[in-house]
Design a protein around this ligand. Sequence first.
Ligand code: MF3
Ligand code: CO
Ligand code: CO
Length: 275
Amino acid sequence: MTQYQQVHEGETLVRDGTIKLYGPEGFAGMRRAGRLAAEILDELAGRVQPGVSTETLDRLVREMTLDGGAVPATLGYRGYTHSCCISINHVVCHGIPSAKVLKEGDIVNIDVTPLLDGWHGDTSRMYFAGEPSLKARRLVEITHDCLMLGIAEARPGARLGNIGAAIQRHAESQRYGVVRDFCGHGLGRLFHDAPDVVHAARPGTGPDLRPGMFMTIEPMINLGKPAVKLLSDGWTAVTRDKSLSAQFEHSIGITEDGCEIFTLSPTGQHRPPYG
Ligand code: MF3
Ligand code: CO
Ligand code: CO
């Protein structure tokens, strides 16, 4: 039985399995945090290129986050010490920034999470270093389509599983694998909250979507099989079959008649190649 909790201004929230329902103050806070997150990703478009190290990109993310009056929610999160996650080629998610340098043809996900005035904006996009192969570019395009098809299902009265069903149907129509080991999540004043937003599901299953629910949708789609493996650093997840993987993430809020995307690019830089 899913429990919902109406959130009141100033209330202390805990991750107790309840789905939080936020009011106008929440929408206003998430709009600001989401916009900053999207602006940071916009700014990175010109910086992702062969020869740049992922720790340089991480430093840029940290500086832009702090300049925006926010802090990276990942800094110090469960022992994580970086300002973003950068996942290259067969890395599915949670790639750790390092001295590693991007090379020609890499596909790269950068995932940022500014915490602004108590609200979490969580979003990621793919980037191209130089010109990737046709099959890599196609995976990235279809993965973005999967995210937007999932978002199109997000409205009051629908069920959470409808989102994953739309994503899975499109990905599998291309014989791509949908990662099961990581999910989207509720967020707002908390970084990771109920519900788990699975990216492969049966339509008509899962909790009801209600106005005021905030969540991320962040499908990870593999050119090969869905299975992932965690590296010994405890963070980096890679495809077991070493196939390429892509991901996009938005933070959304359910409205009275659909949903609002908090992390849309203000300059239209939705997917690569960027202007
Ligand atoms: N931003 C990631 C997400 O989409 C979470 C990263 S947590 C970290 O949920 F510690 F790995 F950075
Ligand atoms: Co997320
Ligand atoms: Co994220």
